[in-house]
Ligand binder design. Structure first.
Ligand code: AMP
Length: 506
């Protein structure tokens, strides 16, 4: 039997008349209507020459037809390859050259530039705009509403998602039909999704969080979603009385907390708030609980692995922790240098194994081999497992600071600084230092300008942290640089402050 994710979805859908997607303007689609659209679009793809295993590269604004395109690509046996809408033509040159797609779907405004890149790899180009209009949807109207989905095996590729590539070249993570299915099925059970759920979908759909976690879990539960083009706090608060779940990045929660309408009453109908893709501040977790009575459920995953761990549905959702390994996922902590397993409580490299873990990096067999050890994927995240088996993340391995030969985990310093009155949040980085190798540097955002100064922070840390961990310099900023998924871009900060401790030219 076919393991095509779409075939599995069709088999799992017991009532095709139920609503699956609605939009803020009142439009809605049943599963039957969604499936018919995917059939029409799959015909268009096949007519464009898309054959099983071909890549369909997509850089478009979020819209319902864009989501239809994802499912249609699976039906045609193709490999869906979404690209961040922020990428410039110069960046797309690399992605298109590397992935050699058969078809590229882009916004009409960049058609000309894309066509030149497409010509280099012999790809066709179709357009789709933010309103779901374009050559792609125009061609759909004449197509039949049924399509024989191409059978796929569990290990055949369903998608390639490029990693954000904050160091070195972005890599294409190859995800199979079973990688996606197994994770969706696990999360559906773990988070108790049912067909009565209504998800507020405000995440981008070029990333694992919005595309796979949010959409696939909804689909495989027979549930429905309110599909929003972007994060809009007013709209989200107003939709909560008819929704049950919100999935967000931490910045969603920080910004919603600034909304006067966020109350116990407004969130009464909601059953679950999920956060991930970047660390949720423990303070945000607590404040949210005080304001709404809900404990945000934080989970941990990545493009390469889908979701790995989650705080429990029942039981303690611990602020600052990412919960337990999901059923079927094994998490271990190893010594980053030797690879030896470390006991509970010790900080080391997080490695994961399970049906969720990807098939490797596209056309990078050596890089792939280097990032696996005995079947475990070496995530690059540093963390520990506590006495109660909760996993904690202390930062990316590449963010580890080595100063005077000592290891400093930024998260430890950030937690101390964040806990000080007057501090909203902080990012601790290492920048080149002539004496110490790297100098610990804290970049701090205050709750309001001047709420605390460098001397105040240094005095407070004096008795809390060993001297080598104390920042050599504190810099105050209005905001930390973040990418679209809310991750603090420490590489940007490291570049910006690279000369902080440079010796003056003599
Ligand atoms: P991405 O591949 O863009 O999803 O990024 C994955 C990375 O985001 C992980 O390797 C972690 O470093 C980080 N991440 C995801 N979820 C969390 C979380 N709940 N807490 C801390 N970091 C997270």
């Amino acid at each position: 039997m076919s393991s095509n994710l779409f075939d599995l979805l069709e088999r799992a859908t017991t009532d095709v008349e139920r609503n699956v997607i609605s939009t803020a303007d009142g439009a809605s689609w049943s599963y039957r209507e969604l499936f018919a659209l995917t059939a029409q679009m799959a015909h268009v793809l096949v007519k464009s020459g898309v054959k099983p295993g071909d890549r369909v590269a997509v850089q478009v604004e979020k819209s319902v037809p864009a989501l239809v395109l994802y499912l249609a690509t699976l039906r045609a046996g193709g490999i869906y390859l979404p690209l961040n809408t922020a990428y410039t033509l110069a960046e797309l040159d690399y992605f298109i050259g590397d992935s050699e797609p058969r078809l590229i779907v882009c916004d009409p405004s960049v058609r000309e530039g894309i066509a030149q890149l497409a010509a280099k790899v012999g790809a066709d180009v179709e357009t789709l705009d933010a309103a779901g209009q374009g050559s792609l949807t125009r061609k759909m109207t004449q197509q039949p509403t049924s399509f024989d989905t191409i059978a796929r095996g569990p290990d055949d590729l369903a998608a390639i998602l490029y990693t954000s590539g904050t160091t070195g070249r972005s890599k294409g993570a190859m995800l199979s039909h079973d990688n996606l299915y197994s994770n969706a099925a696990t999360l559906r059970e773990y988070w108790r999704f049912t067909r009565d759920d209504v998800l507020i979908h405000a995440l981008p759909i070029y990333h694992t969080h919005g595309l796979f976690v949010a959409s696939n879990v909804t689909f495989f539960s027979g549930a429905s979603m309110i599909f929003l083009p972007k994060f809009d706090p007013d709209l989200i608060v107003s939709l909560m009385p008819r929704a049950t779940v919100l999935m967000g990045v931490p910045t969603f929660y920080v910004r919603l907390l600034q909304h006067a309408g966020l109350t116990h009453e407004a969130t009464k109908h909601m059953r679950l708030f999920v956060s991930g893709s970047a660390p949720l501040l423990a303070d945000t977790h607590r404040e949210w609980h005080a304001r709404t009575g809900h404990a945000i459920l934080e989970r941990y995953g990545m493009t390469e692995t889908n979701m790995n761990t989650s705080n429990p549905y029942d039981g303690d959702r611990v602020p600052g922790a990412v919960g337990f390994p999901l059923p079927g996922v094994v998490v271990r902590i190893t010594d980053p240098d030797t690879g030896a397993m470390l006991p509970k409580g010790e900080i080391g490299m997080i490695e994961v194994k399970g049906a969720n873990v990807f098939k490797g990096y596209w056309r990078m067999p050596e890089k792939t081999a280097a990032e696996f050890r005995d079947g475990f994927f070496i995530t690059g995240d540093l963390g520990k497992i506590d006495e109660r088996d909760y996993v904690h993340i202390v930062g990316r391995g590449k963010d580890l600071i080595i100063t005077g030969g000592f290891n400093v985990y930024p998260k430890e310093i950030e937690s101390e600084i964040d806990a000080l009155p007057g501090v909203f949040e902080s990012a601790v980085i290492g920048v080149p230092h002539s004496d110490f190798g790297e100098g610990v540097t804290a970049v701090v955002v205050c709750t309001k300008a001047g709420a605390i100064d460098e001397a105040g922070i240094m005095a407070a840390l004096q008795d809390r942290l060993a001297r080598f961990k104390q920042p050599k310099k504190i810099i105050f900023v209005d905001d930390l640089p973040r990418n679209t998924m809310g991750k603090v871009q420490k590489n940007v900060l490291r570049e910006q402050y690279a000369d902080l401790f440079a010796k003056p030219a003599s």
